[in-house]
Design a protein around this ligand. Structure first.
Ligand code: GLA
Length: 407
């Protein structure tokens, strides 16, 4: 067994946690001060959505405890649109949403749930439905009149260059700002034009950093589609761009899908183990990623509930220091993340990427952390030690997540 301490001597970085403090950044920080949390239709239902499914999901959001755990939004992804009426107002598909989106929004709001919707910065969306190019102000007003709280804005069927992307996203952000309703703005151009450099200035509260996630641990060489580890590799490096109202979005949580047919099972998405889903929840939480579940909330097993509703892990994600963790260690076996929290506490996540159990021995000072800590294991929900170090075994593909409570 390899111990992680030997690896540290080679890989530990020189960045000190104390250097990472919340910097005032430009952008729309009045909204999404902490990463948005919710549930999105896409990976389980694809385009096959309707108002009964959405209402059922809202009921399940409440009865399962997801709302209480912090998942605030139900987000309608692609496939809701029914074209435009004779005044060019965008309308929902009358068969899927016969009561209209406003009635659905009212239903959700009455339960304390916010509602998200989807459009695209081109004439048509990724799945070929009516989108918002040249109707930005009109559509933003329509969304506001329905009571929409969040807009995911995609970039299929749009020109590849960055200037056009920035212009089109800003146009919709300005339209939302004029709509009279606070609407969180999610930019979705898959990281292709490095949106971490410009999306906050264009009015985005979050921006996808990668292509679509598939329900798998990682891509096999030569296979298409991104798994959890492939996405972590891109998103982890972008920690300095995240902050209040401006988040890196590495796409949805796949916990609970277990390879279910749908977009996440394309391109080799075969499902993950619960240990792997737990790792995704740990890594997304410590990276201050939006926590957007996409499984069938009406039918969750105990493991999926345990993973998605771990309130101590969620508290790390939602911590008011509002920082994305730094990945301090990254080698063939280990990834170790460090996230400063309020009250001088620190969260650490230790991922064993190898295919066998490994022994890990950490001196916290090697992570740039000085002083004594009480160590709480956030998956076991128990205090497991005190002091300046920890050692123990970590299973294959498992992520340990600790809160180091400053003494
Ligand atoms: C793109 C997005 C996905 C989803 C689909 C809908 O692929 O990246 O998240 O919204 O479009 O068509």
């Amino acid at each position: 067994m390899k111990t992680c301490i030997t690896i540290f001597t080679i890989w530990v970085l020189t960045i000190n946690v104390a250097e990472v403090t919340a910097q005032p950044q430009p952008g729309n920080t009045m909204q999404a001060f902490t990463p948005p949390m919710g549930w999105m239709t896409w990976n389980y239902f694809g385009e096959h959505i309707n108002e009964e499914i959405l209402k059922g999901m809202a009921d399940a959001m409440v009865s399962s405890g997801m709302l209480k755990a912090g998942y605030q939004y139900i987000m309608i992804d692609d496939g809701w649109q029914g074209g435009r009426d004779n005044k060019n107002n965008i309308i929902p598909d009358p068969v899927k949403f016969p009561s209209g989106i406003k009635a659905l929004a009212d239903y959700l709001h009455a339960k304390g749930i916010k509602i998200g919707i989807y459009s695209d910065a081109a004439p048509l969306t990724c799945a070929g439905y009516t989108a918002s190019l040249n109707f930005e102000e009109q559509d933003a007003k329509t969304f506001a009149s329905w009571g929409i709280d969040y807009l995911k804005y995609d970039y299929c069927n749009a020109p590849a260059d960055s200037i056009t992307a920035k212009t089109r996203y800003k146009k919709m952000a300005d339209a939302l700002a004029k709509s009279g309703r606070p609407i969180v703005f999610g930019i979705c151009e898959w990281g292709s034009r490095k949106p971490w450099h410009w999306a906050a200035n264009a009015g985005g509260n979050l921006w996808r950093t990668t292509g679509d996630i598939r329900d798998k641990w990682k891509t096999k060489p030569g296979k298409d589609g991104m798994g959890i580890l492939d996405i972590v590799d891109i998103n982890a490096a972008l920690y300095e761009y995240a902050g209040p109202g401006r988040w890196n979005d590495p796409d949805m949580l796949v916990a609970g899908l277990y390879g279910a047919k749908g977009p996440a099972s394309d391109l080799g998405g075969v499902g993950c183990s619960d240990i792997e889903y737990q790792s995704q929840m740990s890594l997304w939480s410590i990276m201050a990623a939006p926590l957007i579940a996409t499984n069938n909330l009406r039918d969750m097993n105990a493991e999926t509930k345990r993973i998605l509703m771990n309130e101590e892990v969620i508290a790390v994600n939602q911590d008011k220091m509002a920082l994305q963790a730094i990945r301090k260690i990254n080698n063939d076996t280990w990834e170790i993340f460090v996230k400063p929290l309020v009250n001088k506490d620190v969260a650490i996540a230790i991922l064993n990427k190898s295919e066998t159990v490994q022994h890990c021995q950490i001196d916290f000072k090697d992570l740039g952390l000085t002083g004594d800590f009480t160590i709480k294991d956030l998956w076991k929900h128990t205090i497991i030690g005190n002091g300046k170090s920890w050692d123990g075994n970590i299973g294959a593909h498992e992520t340990k997540m600790f809160r180091l409570i400053k003494k």
